[in-house]
Design a protein around this ligand. Structure first.
Ligand SMILES: NC(=O)c1ccc[n+]([C@@H]2O[C@H](COP(=O)([O-])OP(=O)(O)OC[C@H]3O[C@@H](n4cnc5c(N)ncnc54)[C@H](O)[C@@H]3O)[C@@H](O)[C@H]2O)c1
Length: 337
């Protein structure tokens, strides 16, 4: 049995906390939002974010952040991506040398263009930071739907340690040393999910969606490799795997936001209707900035930015993508003659 803290109790933190408790671990949940901890304590369920998933009796709810982090084998940061830095900053003074911290959020910090593990490491240099990511809707994980994810860490020992904690009959965990690749796949697929939603909202077909996903992973991996990620990772669970699940599911807020845009709603109208953080919107801007900084071509990301922030219609964006200059599918392949 291990001692685990979850900082952040939305749908994902709650689903993973239940998974770990069912695996026999001692789990403590903390949230900055008092109504959230009160609700979890009283109802033993996150009635808004994960209705129907009851917390096992063994899970403790803690309002004091220092106590929540005390003597934990791992600390999982499960807040939404805009709150990662402030959450990491608020625990840095009581984190011991080599404390394992696992990020499960997906995004890129707007102001620094850092990945979320980089943000945590920046705030807590003494921590041993890893990531867990992959095609995994909280709603399905909480119902025991068979799911696979990947854990990235600096050493195999740390990755295996985290793997052992989360692994269960219906939750298979792989390991990898490619932290940056895992994080970039998880963050950037949200931008492509917005585009997939737009195509669905426009009523386009399977051909167009398949093309978007394939060319989407092509540009994610182009940027990702430039930033140090590995092609194998973009072909794996946290890359193409997460892209498939997000682009094809109605559980995805990013896909749902895109769908409303494709139906002709404005970004503000779509945000108001969904009424939850849509991480792909911020990530679209960050991805464009990274692409410009590293001179990487990302045509889909460019068009999504124009639709989101420059009032370009989805129809015009699609035309511009289809009428781009002719290119090879994969520029690294060479011709015989
Ligand atoms: N929901 C999923 O299926 C799923 C799966 C994999 C990864 N993720 C990732 O996990 C992260 C969390 O997603 P979620 O679905 O649980 O989101 P959510 O909106 O359900 O919950 C976000 C949580 O962040 C915390 N939070 C909100 N405002 C805060 C603040 N000001 N300070 C500190 N904490 C605050 C709260 O605990 C809140 O419940 C996201 O990055 C998401 O991409 C989600």
């Amino acid at each position: 049995m291990r001692n685990i803290a979850f900082l952040g109790a939305g749908s994902w933190g709650t689903a993973l906390a239940i998974l770990c408790a069912n695996n026999g671990h001692k789990v403590t949940i903390w949230s900055k939002i008092k109504e959230e901890t009160d609700m979890l304590r009283e109802k033993r369920e996150h009635v808004h974010r994960l209705p129907g998933a009851k917390l096992p009796d063994s899970i403790e709810i803690e309002d004091d952040l220092e106590k929540a982090c005390e003597d934990k084998d791992i600390i999982v940061i499960s807040v939404a991506s805009p709150f990662i830095r402030q959450t990491a900053a608020s625990i840095k003074d009581f984190i011991k040398q080599d404390q394992i911290i696992v990020n499960v959020a997906k995004g890129i910090e707007d102001s620094t263009l850092m990945t979320l593990c980089e943000v945590i490491q920046d705030e807590i240099p003494q921590a041993n930071v890893g990531v867990l990511s992959g095609p995994s809707h909280a709603e399905e994980v909480s119902k025991g739907v068979p799911t696979t994810v990947v854990v990235g860490a600096k050493t195999e020992k740390t990755a295996s340690f985290i793997q052992d904690i989360f692994m269960s009959k219906n939750f298979r965990v792989y390991t990898s040393p490619d932290i940056i690749g895992i994080e970039l796949g998880g963050a950037l697929k949200n931008v492509i999910a917005l585009a997939a939603g737009i195509l669905d909202g426009m009523g386009l077909g399977d051909n167009t969606k398949a093309a978007l996903m394939t060319r989407g992973i092509a540009e994610i991996s182009r940027l990702g490799i430039e930033l140090g990620g590995k092609m194998e990772t973009f072909c794996g669970l946290s890359g193409i795997g997460d892209l498939i699940v997000t682009c094809t599911s109605t559980h995805s807020r990013n896909h749902n936001c895109g769908y409303l845009l494709g139906k002709g709603k404005s970004l503000d109208e779509a945000k108001a209707e969904i009424n939850q953080a849509i991480e792909g919107v911020n990530t679209a801007r960050a991805a464009m900035a990274l692409a410009n900084k590293h001179h990487v071509t990302m045509p889909i990301v460019e068009q999504i930015n124009a639709v989101l922030f420059d009032n370009r219609s989805a129809e015009e964006a699609l035309d511009l993508l289809y009428l781009r200059d002719k290119v090879n599918e994969y520029s690294a392949l060479t011709w015989e003659n």
